[in-house]
Structure formats: structure tokens, C-alpha cells
Ligand binder design. Structure first.
Ligand code: HEC
Length: 125
């Protein structure tokens, strides 16, 4: 009898420990990072129509949903543009550099998110 109670109690404690303090998943986190830093230009849905993009915006931010264009970029290109800004790959400086703002880990998560949005891979090789 006593042992049974103890076992049940121990199981309860373990459940609380594993579910009670769950840290936000990487996926939830990258969505926050994207919303905070990218949505205003690239759009919440990644279609390139963020709130910043008015008629006099000199270049159109890349639509991440454009698989044809996005599949021309290697994973390294995407990471470099996010870190160093548009000019690193000959694109517009309207795309800011983020290396001082966004961690390496979140940058990799953003790359994965962009690949999900375009449902595409970079060029082979
Ligand atoms: C101030 C507006 C702005 C913000 C904020 C912004 N971008 Fe951009 N981004 C641009 C513009 C404009 C371009 C297109 C530059 C060009 O085509 O010359 C671009 C291009 C890119 C490209 C390269 C696409 C290509 O075809 O080479 C990537 C990747 C990218 N942005 C990712 C991001 C990510 C990830 C974030 C958030 C961390 C972000 N951008 C935030 C404006 C912005």
C-alpha cells in the first residue's frame, strides 16, 4: 500500500518536471525572431509584402514563397545575406545585416524557415 502511493507520487513529480517547465521549442522561437525582424519587409507569410514596403520602396524584398528565385540561392548565400546584408551577394542595402542582432543558432533556424516557406532546396553541389 505505502509503496504504491510512493510510486504514484514519484510518477506525478516526474510528469510535472518534464511538462511543467518546457522551454519554448526552436520552432516557436524562430517564428518570434522572424516576426520581430523580417515581417515588416518580407511579410508575415513571406510573400515580400511587409508593411514597410510602400510604392517608393526602391527594391522589392524577396518573396520567400518564390521557389524559382529561392532555389537559385545556396544555403550559404542565404546565411550570408542574413548575416551581412544584401550587398554581400550584390543585392540592395535595403536588406540590412543582422549578424550583430541575431544569433548564429537563430540564423540557422531562419534558413530552415525560409526553406519551408519556399518548399525548395538550393542548387545541387
Ligand atoms: C528593411 C527591410 C528588410 C528587412 C527588415 C529584412 N529584409 Fe531581407 N531583403 C530586403 C530587400 C529589399 C531584399 C532584396 C534585395 C535585392 O533584391 O536587391 C531582401 C533580400 C533578402 C534575402 C536575399 C534574397 C535573394 O534573392 O538574394 C534574404 C535571404 C533575406 N532578405 C532574408 C531576410 C531575413 C531572414 C530577415 C529577418 C531577419 C530580413 N530579410 C529582413 C529587405 C528587408
Amino acid at each position: 500500500m505505502k509503496t504504491t502511493m510512493k510510486t504514484i507520487l514519484a510518477a506525478g513529480v516526474m510528469l510535472t518536471a518534464s511538462f511543467g517547465f518546457a522551454a519554448p521549442s526552436a520552432a516557436e522561437n524562430v517564428d518570434k525572431v522572424y516576426q520581430f525582424y523580417c515581417t515588416q519587409c518580407h511579410g508575415a507569410d513571406g510573400a515580400g509584402k511587409g508593411i514597410n514596403v510602400t510604392e517608393d520602396f526602391p527594391v522589392t524584398p524577396r518573396a520567400f514563397t518564390n521557389a524559382v528565385e529561392m532555389s537559385k540561392l545556396t544555403d550559404a548565400d542565404i546565411v550570408n545575406v542574413i548575416k551581412e546584408g544584401g550587398p554581400i551577394t550584390g543585392k540592395s542595402a535595403m536588406m540590412p545585416p543582422w549578424s550583430k542582432t541575431i544569433s548564429e543558432e537563430d540564423t540557422k533556424a531562419l534558413l530552415a524557415k525560409l526553406r519551408e516557406l519556399c518548399k525548395c532546396q538550393g542548387p545541387a553541389g
